[in-house]
Design a protein around this ligand. Structure first.
Ligand code: PLP
Length: 364
């Protein structure tokens, strides 16, 4: 078949082994999934009530998500026309790439960062300029240096997935000063609701000065609605209007729109989730400090723990004992779960270290 040749260099997304299979294979009573940065508390109680009242299953959704649009615009204090909705941020990244990238353009991003930025750039045949993180943080100066006339998009994941580090207000404003006005700077703020740093940038305010800024947020993480696939972008009207042309007519589902409307009304749930997340991050910091394990302080609901031993081995060790984490280059990314689940994982890591140490002693 005449498949685009650039697809051959990519792999389809690997969802990992199904939980049911892992359970059966290792005879586990339950599995704790700390691999996908899902909210361990689920979502707002009001979501299921809202969903129960919907029965227009044979009707197409409202393509423009008007009711959700109104609620999000009110909440953020932006115009309704400044919003674009998508089937999760994954689709937003695809839409933006499709609308802006072509073989003559280039795209700038960090490495490591969210893999979908690169994935869609490859499909659109844009040149990819990746700038390594420094200490787990975006190297904005390095990124600025590789931006040129042909740069269509700069991706900044803030906080960065998988490291959890963030770009602060001063760094971002300085960066924006040096970027051409027709280069889109897309800030992926998927973990916005979890951020507690005082100097985290107010990107909606910054948007008053920079028309080339686009902010991405999602209902999948803190709002706990990953199953519904609802994300959105906030930008200047003229930009949103153009991106909207690349959108599928009925991208967000009726149920997704209803769930998101109910979720955004429940501020208390988000505050609780963010507060507990901050507390529980301390469990991981305490463990890492005690065992002299390197990690990046996180503004998200996950933590990157660096490990000196084989990542595959650690992943396997934890999986066989019922804990799924995300294997990374030189460590694991662990979602902050409930206090109990975090404790369970930490005990396993401690146990693993003790077993390693005694094996070494036997060898010497
Ligand atoms: C989870 C995640 C997304 C995708 O979220 P969906 O809205 O569920 O598609 C996008 N960007 C980052 C950085 C993420 O961590």
């Amino acid at each position: 078949m005449k498949v685009k040749k650039q697809l051959l260099s990519l792999k389809a997304y690997d969802p990992g082994k199904p939980m049911s299979e892992v359970k059966k294979e290792y005879g586990l009573p339950k599995i704790v999934n700390l691999a996908s940065n899902e909210n361990p508390f689920g979502c707002s109680q009001s979501v299921s009530d809202a969903l129960n009242s919907f029965s227009h299953y044979s009707r197409y959704p409202e393509g423009n998500a008007p009711l959700l649009r109104e609620k999000v615009a009110d909440r953020l204090g932006v115009k309704q026309k400044q919003l674009l909705f998508s089937t999760g941020l994954d689709e937003m990244i695809q839409m933006i790439s499709r609308a802006l990238l072509s073989p003559k353009t280039n795209v700038v991003m960090a490495s490591m960062t969210f893999p979908q930025f690169r994935h869609h750039a490859v499909i659109e045949q844009a040149e990819i300029r990746q700038v390594p993180l420094i200490d787990g943080r975006h190297d904005l100066e390095g990124m600025q240096q590789v931006v040129d006339e042909q740069t269509s998009i700069v991706w900044i994941c803030n906080p960065n997935n998988p490291t959890g580090t963030y770009v602060n207000e001063t760094e971002l404003s300085n960066f924006m000063e040096h970027i051409p006005k027709d280069t889109l700077v897309a800030l992926d703020e998927a973990y916005y609701e979890y951020v507690t740093a005082n100097d985290y940038p107010d990107t909606l305010k910054l948007m008053n000065d920079y028309e080339n800024l686009l902010v991405l947020r999602t209902f999948s993480k803190a709002y706990g609605l990953a199953a519904f696939r609802v994300g959105y972008a906030i930008g200047h009207e003229a930009l949103i209007e153009k991106l909207d042309i690349a959108r599928l007519p009925f991208n967000t589902s009726s149920l997704g729109q209803i769930a998101a409307q109910a979720a955004i009304a429940d501020e208390e749930f988000i505050q609780m989730s963010s507060y507990v997340n901050k507390m529980c991050l301390q469990q991981f910091y305490a463990f890492c400090n005690e065992y002299k394990v390197d990690y990046y302080p996180s503004q998200g609901n996950f933590i990157y723990i660096k490990l000196k031993k084989s990542v595959d081995e650690v992943f396997q060790y934890l999986m066989e004992r019922g804990y799924i984490v995300r294997p990374m280059k030189d460590g694991i990314r662990v979602t902050v779960g409930t206090e109990e689940d975090n404790e369970g994982l930490i005990s396993l890591l401690k146990q693993m270290f003790i077993e390693d140490a005694s094996r070494l002693r036997l060898l010497s």
